[in-house]
Design a protein around this ligand. Structure first.
Ligand SMILES: Cc1cc2nc3c(=O)[nH]c(=O)nc-3n(C[C@H](O)[C@H](O)[C@H](O)COP(=O)(O)OP(=O)(O)OC[C@H]3O[C@@H](n4cnc5c(N)ncnc54)[C@H](O)[C@@H]3O)c2cc1C
Length: 461
């Protein structure tokens, strides 16, 4: 992992403790939890069954506190025990045990999901998978690892084989299982779209049934388990796609106006060979990043991870839209810095610098044009865009007033043609019918991450 990414991740993990923490004294113990813990200790050893209050509090939080709406609902659940298996083979035994004792069980990777996906809403056990981090095998175009393996370790291992991951999130050190179960995309999505679009070739999944026998699914059959927050089974191992490694470099450019910057972003997205990432920030965001000669805090910042042999073509694009190339910084530092300022990281940096913001995930090429009306919807709107060949996505950040204003504003943005995904609820909201159907057999007692599959009324809301 490079210094820039390591810094970003270290900050994230260190800040986790700052989130609101549940008050264990207010909750009733789940019936059977003591017997469950005693039997879990026989499977994992005493070190694998953690009842220490600080560890339980930490395992009860994720990055939901980025949402002022979710923050108001925290603490929202309390881990009574944290289970730490050290090999994927142990996971089915723990699921069978949870089934037998009727103990709610919430899987967890690094805990960086920002919709509260990893919060144990019904208490019970949190299954911390970070100890299951082995890379198991790799071949031409694929790598297979335990669910707790870090995305950064997968990329590093692939590089030793002359390959690289199709994609990884800006939280580079998070887990493979967490990224597949709670994340969407990242560096590499410019070409490869989301982690539901062919990235995953095989999953081994353990259901929460009496015998919890793991099963293997491939290609399109992996979809019910992706972005399902663990409600359809625990991913114990996963195989994801690699591509031949390329020599990447980081291009940093500055622009004075939105139209020129977005036109250059669109042109860079279609550069050949294709970039790995292309992001655009308003100057307001650049000012909250760590000062760097490649970033001009008074200008819009366009950044792209491009192949070394495309530098001249990229420079020509920037110049043709009256931009200024501030620096071309080779790997590892240039691309790592650009990745660490992508997707939800700008929101993180803004909120760290100043209180009072909220964010929405937005999409649509309408964001590339005149944003005057879009910016009238919420006070102090700031935009971060990611260029994709499948269409523009981004983050909209603005001053938080109250929950009603947020939902009214979402409707107003949609009326302007902006696609909006709200990060302010913890319900599974993709392929919901498929997830519900799959959960019926994979988790007949509803013990896996309970409370995340919406009932009809919540879905309507
Ligand atoms: C600042 C910031 C930037 C971010 N940038 C990105 C980004 O670029 N792209 C992106 O997609 N996301 C991003 N996210 C969201 C988050 O980082 C990703 O979802 C991340 O990859 C989650 O990994 P994790 O190991 O932290 O998983 P966790 O947060 O621990 O878990 C995520 C979900 O998956 C479930 N889960 C975990 N492991 C398993 C398993 N083995 N089997 C079944 N279910 C499981 C959990 O119960 C939870 O519901 C960002 C978040 C923050 C705070």
């Amino acid at each position: 992992m490079t210094t820039a990414n390591l810094t970003a991740l270290t900050e994230l993990v260190a800040d986790e403790g700052a989130a609101a923490t549940p008050d264990p004294t207010q909750r009733q113990a789940t019936p059977g939890i003591e017997e469950f813990c005693a039997e879990a200790a026989e499977l994992l050893g005493a070190d694998g069954v953690i009842r220490d209050p600080a560890a339980r509090e930490k395992a009860s939080c994720d990055w939901a506190h980025m949402s002022p709406i979710l923050s108001a609902k925290l603490p929202a659940g309390h881990a009574e025990v944290v289970l730490r298996p050290t090999a994927h083979e142990q996971i089915p035994h723990l699921l069978a045990l949870a089934h037998r004792h009727r103990i709610p069980l919430t899987p967890r990777g690094k805990g960086t999901g920002n919709y509260g996906q990893a919060i144990p809403l019904s208490d019970g056990a949190v299954l911390d998978l970070t100890g299951c981090g082995r890379i198991l095998a790799a071949g031409d175009g694929w790598i297979r690892a335990e669910a707790g393996a870090k995305m950064s370790d997968l990329e590093a291992h692939a590089r030793t084989l002359g390959q690289e991951l199709w994609m990884f999130p800006s939280t580079f050190g998070t887990t493979l299982g967490g990224f597949l179960s709670g994340g969407s995309g990242g560096t590499g999505s410019l070409v490869h779209k989301t982690n539901s679009d062919g990235f995953v070739t095989e999953l081994t999944v353990a259901p929460c049934t009496a015998d919890a026998t793991p099963f293997t699914v491939r290609d399109a059959d992996t979809l019910p388990y992706i972005h399902a927050y663990g409600t359809t089974g625990i991913i114990t191992t996963a195989t994801v796609r690699l591509q031949p490694a390329r020599t990447w470099t980081g291009l940093f450019a500055a622009f004075t106006d939105w139209h020129s910057a977005t036109a250059a972003l669109s042109a860079l997205v279609h550069l050949e060979p294709a970039p790995r990432l292309a992001s655009l920030d308003e100057a307001r965001l650049v000012r909250v990043y760590q000062p760097d000669p490649a970033l001009d805090p008074t200008a819009l910042s366009l950044r792209a991870i491009i192949e070394e042999n495309a530098v001249d073509a990229a420079r020509a694009i920037v110049a043709s839209y009256s931009g200024q190339v501030r620096e071309v910084r080779p790997a590892p530092d240039g691309p790592a810095l650009i990745s660490s300022m992508s997707f939800n990281h700008p929101t993180y940096h803004l909120m760290k610098a100043e209180d009072g913001w909220f964010h929405l995930e937005v999409a649509g090429d309408v964001l590339l044009g005149d944003t005057t009306e879009i910016k009238k919807v919420f006070p102090d709107t700031v935009l971060h865009l990611e260029g994709m060949r499948s269409g523009t996505v981004g983050m909209l950040m603005a001053r938080y007033q109250d929950e009603t204003t947020v939902y009214d504003g979402i409707a107003a943005l949609q009326a302007l043609g902006v696609g909006v995904h709200s990060p302010h609820n913890w319900y599974v909201d993709r392929r919901l019918d498929l997830v519900r159907d799959t959960a019926r057999t994979a988790d007949p007692l509803g013990l896996l991450n309970p409370g995340k599959i919406p009932a009809g009324s919540e879905e309507d809301a």
